[in-house]
Design a binder for this molecule. Structure first.
Ligand SMILES: C[S@@+](CC[C@H](N)C(=O)[O-])C[C@H]1O[C@@H](n2cnc3c(N)ncnc32)[C@H](O)[C@@H]1O
Length: 234
């Protein structure tokens, strides 16, 4: 990556090496899609994937739902998504500003996986209010991969190696970890920071925003130290 990104959205919008190879990237999005599908309440559900990233397997999510909105702030990523899914009538790609214009109760399931660590607490609260407005009364909000305080880089690395061993890309993951150690990601993370919440803090934030919530037994993603929350409007 050339230069230093000014914020996290710019980081995700430019080429980076967070996924150690094509297999890792594919498996990550395959597993994330499967995780989202597990929360879809019925084939009639309208689903919003907020901060969806590459969403390589969004067609699988769309096949299990009535409609899928992919919301992504990064403009290059958004353009790729629009091209990738242009032939799928169930999928719409939107910028955050477009999502804000959607009517109340537009969605039955809203998922934000691996997003909130890249938001300030104030931005999280603003999105919690937006999502509450956009959720149908019986809808669900699922927020995944929330990082608790005091999770070390070592535990992230160990979780990646376990995932890689299961997924058949262990050697690439080892090389990728070495690369990451010397890559701009570390200095960017040190400069921009990531938001961390304890389970109690995050539940309190959800409650203050008007949700009844609980922590799911398992994180959507492979890292068991991170948390997934399921919330419904109250
Ligand atoms: C770590 S990636 C996660 C992507 C995907 N959800 C996943 O589970 O792999 C975070 C994504 O959130 C996007 N993002 C960050 N801030 C955002 C915001 N305020 N609104 C929408 N998307 C945002 C980034 O551009 C990036 O693509």
């Amino acid at each position: 990556m050339k230069g230093q990104p000014k914020d996290w959205v710019s980081f995700w919008d430019a080429p980076h090496s967070i996924y150690v190879n094509a297999r890792h990237l594919d498996l990550h999005y395959r597993d994330t899609a499967a995780g989202i599908i597990g929360f879809i309440p019925s084939p009639q559900a309208r689903v919003l994937d907020y901060g969806c990233g590459e969403a390589l397997h969004a067609d699988r999510v769309a096949a299990a739902a009535a409609a899928l909105t992919l919301c992504e702030a990064a403009s290059n990523l958004r353009a790729r998504l629009a091209r990738r899914f242009s032939g799928n009538a169930k999928i719409r790609v939107m910028a955050p500003e477009e999502v804000e214009e959607q009517p109340d109760a537009s969605y039955d399931l809203i998922v934000a996986n691996s997003l909130v660590q890249y938001l300030s607490a104030a931005e999280l609260d603003r999105l919690l209010a937006l999502w509450r407005r956009l959720l149908a009364p019986a809808g669900r909000l699922v927020i995944g991969d929330v990082i608790p305080p005091n999770v070390s880089a070592l535990s992230d690395a160990v979780a990646l190696l376990h995932y890689a061993a299961r997924g058949g890309f262990l050697m690439a993951a080892i090389l990728g970890l070495v690369r990451t150690a010397f890559s701009p990601y570390r200095s960017i993370r040190a400069r921009l920071g990531v938001s961390c919440y304890s389970e109690a803090e995050f539940l309190a934030r959800l409650s203050a925003a008007g949700y009844a919530a609980e922590r799911a037994p398992r994180n959507i993603e492979h890292n068991p130290a991170r948390m997934t929350f399921v919330a419904r409007p109250q």
